[in-house]
Design a protein around this ligand. Sequence first.
Ligand code: IPE
Ligand code: IPE
Ligand code: MG
Length: 253
Amino acid sequence: MSAETAVATTLNEKPGLKIPAHLAVIMDGNGRWAKARGKVRTEGHVEGVKALRRLVDLSIRYGIKHLTVFSFSSENWSRPRDEVNFIFGLLHRFVASDLATLIQNNVRVRIIGTRTGLDEALKRLIEEVQSKTARNTGLELIVAFNYGGKSELTEATKAIAKAVASGKLRVEDITEETITRALYTSGTPDPDLIIRTSGEQRVSNFLLWQGAYSELVFVEENWPDFGEQVFLKALDEYSSRSRRFGGIESRSQ
Ligand code: IPE
Ligand code: IPE
Ligand code: MG
């Protein structure tokens, strides 16, 4: 078991359930959820926000320390303009409407991804939610919005190159830690578990560096159908995994 993983003790319903310290979720399948019900895709995104609220509540109840959710990728710009605008509006409405509850629940919020392409009002709201929750000590909620792993690594590379060019950093002093610290997720441990919904089995440019040793669990349900049952199914699967990090099984296991 990783040092970052705890066995559930407060919730007796599932003895032996391992709780990842950092859970990351690729919230996929909103469009298919809507299509299967004869609805427009945007209705799937609206339901997806409700599922996100359920996930935040579950993460708090089960003692998860860090939760990262993928809500808009740098590749999602290739979608129809109307859908992109709708998703941006949804993020805006989610942050504005849930800010008070997040503060009340002691949640610390970080929005990661490039700010390029975001309008001024959304950028201000992001700053506001981050600063108003910065001192909270409960769940850290990281929303990956306008995020791509390759873009994040490119930005980190540029920052490191600049530090070298200006004489602040020597090439021989660059370590894995230097790169980890130059990423948006600096200060947060790597995800122990990445869940992807909707049956797709790929990472789609999510947390490429941070996910190097994450367990991957793929569930068939579309994101709007996510709730405690699916959450526990994924944690059960995670609990059965043996994380070796390149080593061998420990003798006690
Ligand atoms: C995930 O659902 C939400 C975003 C990527 C913004 P999708 O919109 O990708 O839904 P599907 O995969 O088309 O069903
Ligand atoms: C990944 O889903 C991105 C988010 C969930 C925000 P996509 O639906 O964009 O991924 P692909 O295109 O199926 O790989
Ligand atoms: Mg999708």
